[in-house]
Design a protein around this ligand. Structure first.
Ligand code: FAD
Length: 410
């Protein structure tokens, strides 16, 4: 296994870090202030000026669509291994990925369209997404069923002549609060009588189709995540052209596998960046603040936590790079154990490091004067989103036990 960053990746890393120093960190307070002002004025669900101002600068700097694997529409695309250190940097500031057109769920949706959509659908939806002109949402999870088991998804997608008719209620549809969110990828059942894993399909649904109602946003530990948001959406007799169905009826799981692998590893890369930022803040503060006669950094417990944080970040990064390397070389299916492992390890590691950083900051750590409280809330959701920890651990254990079952039967 070769994890060394190529000269090109090192160059992009430097360029991205410089961009952060020049444009992202200095705008952190402005971003929060802009949303606060919009909220006070009665509408937080509008795009921020700061991100719109920074997007052209990122494009000009060649820091655009970095997530996209090499393809006909993205000849400059990167491998997962090449993207890992860049995505990690973006994890340092939660809103920053959008500046580079690398934010979830658009990245997963763009990859889905790139892999599974017709050329006509790509022209209609992928192109504006690649240009950062519109945004998108992925509608799988439903309030009425345990959605960690995707075979439970009950939304109906029924054929009617040249159309499909979609009926269901979705929630936690991230990004659907943004007025620029123009398209949804919806998962639902085309054939409830088919074998369990052949019942579900995915269909591209324009957000302005009659019958769609965005009912409310769901806060995360009190954060509304505006203007992005996590929305509950009702779909009632929503008619969509039959050609909007991706890949074919009953192939939803196949698409989900293709989509979720990269999506999960991107989350993990950003978790490492969030942990690095927390450790950086922790170290800086520990040298500045004095308690009981010495800087906090000279108390044994702080040193213990700083050392453990460094160990765990490095371990997580190596596992993430291994998963990325395997996805690039043997494919997402063969890398499924490694993807599941990092999906458990990375958010849990980041939560621990961020919690230590909050503790070291005292009461300031839970306020919005530092980015730690929001970072913790954000990371906590990753133990649920894209599959809860337990489901990934089950998958890891199943694969592990299968090896022993094979040996015994041999
Ligand atoms: C911030 C955020 C953003 C999200 N964004 C999106 C999005 O854009 N699109 C979308 O479709 N969904 C999204 N989700 C939803 C997310 O993917 C689901 O919450 C997740 O899949 C779990 O489904 P559920 O909430 O129905 O939990 P349930 O399926 O009800 O599970 C509840 C709990 O049961 C336990 N459990 C489940 N299965 C097992 C098992 N096999 N063994 C042991 N314990 C188990 C776990 O502890 C789990 O947390 C988002 C969620 C959050 C919090």
């Amino acid at each position: 296994m070769q994890f060394d960053y190529t000269p090109n990746v090192r160059l992009m890393q430097q360029r991205l870090l410089a961009f952060f120093d020049e444009h992202i960190y200095p705008n952190e307070a402005r971003y929060l202030e802009e949303i606060r002002t919009n909220r006070q004025a009665g509408n937080a669900w509008v795009p921020t000026r700061v991100i719109e101002e920074l997007k052209p600068l990122a494009r000009k700097a060649g820091l655009w669509n970095l997530f996209l694997p090499r393809s006909t529409r993205a000849p400059e695309g990167l491998t997962n291994l090449e993207y890992a250190p860049l995505c990690e940097i973006m994890g340092r500031v939660p809103w920053s990925p959008e500046v580079f057109n690398c934010s979830a769920p658009d990245t997963g949706n763009m990859e889905t369209l790139e892999r599974y959509a017709t050329e006509a659908l790509k022209d209609r939806w992928l192109e504006p997404l690649l240009h950062g002109e519109i945004r998108s949402a992925f509608l799988m999870t439903e309030p009425a069923v345990a959605s960690s088991d995707a075979t439970n998804i009950a939304c109906r997608i029924e054929r009617d002549g040249d159309h499909y008719v979609v009926n269901g209620t979705k929630w936690w549809s991230s990004g659907a609060g943004d007025p620029r969110c123009k398209v949804y990828i919806v998962m639902g059942k085309t054939d409830p009588d088919a074998p369990r894993h052949a019942q579900q399909s995915m269909i591209v649904v324009p957000a302005d189709t009659p019958g769609i109602t965005v009912k409310r946003f769901l806060p995360v530990y009190g954060y509304d995540d505006a203007p992005h948001g996590h929305m509950e959406i009702e779909l009632r007799d929503v008619r969509v052209l039959a050609s909007n169905l991706l890949l074919g009826e009953g192939r939803g799981f196949e698409i989900a596998q293709g989509r979720l692998g990269p999506g999960r590893i991107h989350h993990c890369m950003r978790s490492i960046g969030a942990a690095e930022r927390a450790l950086e803040l922790m170290c800086t503060r520990s040298l500045e603040r004095v308690a009981f006669g010495k800087p906090l950094g000279e108390h044994g417990v702080t040193q213990e936590r700083i050392a453990q944080a460094r160990c765990e970040i490095e371990m997580t990064r190596l596992l993430t790079l291994k998963a990325a390397y395997m996805m690039d070389t043997v494919g997402n299916k063969a890398a499924r154990a490694e993807i599941a492992m990092i999906k458990v390890v990375a958010p849990n590691m980041a939560l621990k490091v961020i919690d230590w950083a909050i503790q070291l900051h005292g009461a300031a750590g839970v306020s919005d004067d530092f980015p730690l409280a929001y970072a913790w809330a954000n990371q906590r959701t990753l133990r649920l989103a894209d599959g809860p920890d337990e489901v990934h651990r089950n998958a890891i254990a199943r694969l592990e036990l299968a090896r022993y079952r094979r040996t015994r039967s041999a």
